[in-house]
Design a protein around this ligand. Structure first.
Ligand SMILES: [Zn+2]
Length: 135
């Protein structure tokens, strides 16, 4: 027993969401590249990653809507659960990235410490300076 309408509706929502994610990603990447803002570029990359979960959802949904066959006599609904689990893992990874970058902004960003005594700026410092300009 397969609810074709339900699967079609899920597919429609996933495609619209994916299109929105890709538009946001493109906009952020273009602005980031034009302004040289690393924060904006990494934001755009995150939005692009968001569309990955839409693709996983679409594949899971397509498989789940297949009718039962010899190997799967009870149908393929479990593939939807599997896809949901993969999307959850991606969400947890994204959340972890946000927490990590927030912590590094708190510890490295904010008030600029006096580095005038330093003779050399390594790549890490140059990078964080870029991020500050970007914000
Ligand atoms: Zn099967």
């Amino acid at each position: 027993m397969v609810d074709v309408n339900r699967s079609k509706e899920i597919q429609r929502v996933l495609i619209v969401t994916m299109a929105a994610n890709l538009l946001v990603a493109a906009a952020k990447l273009i602005v980031g590249l034009l302004t040289g803002s690393l924060a904006m570029i990494s934001d755009g990359a995150n939005s692009a990653l968001d569309s990955t979960s839409n693709v996983i959802g679409l594949i899971g949904n397509a498989i789940a809507s297949r009718p039962p066959d010899r190997e799967h006599p009870y149908g393929h609904r479990r593939f939807e659960t599997l896809a949901s689990m993969m999307v959850s893992v991606l969400l947890i990874l994204t959340a972890w990235e946000i927490v990590k970058s927030s912590i590094s902004r708190l510890t490295e960003g904010g008030d600029t410490p006096d580095r005038s005594h330093e003779l050399h700026l390594d790549d890490r410092h140059a990078g964080s300076q870029h991020r500050r300009h970007g914000l």
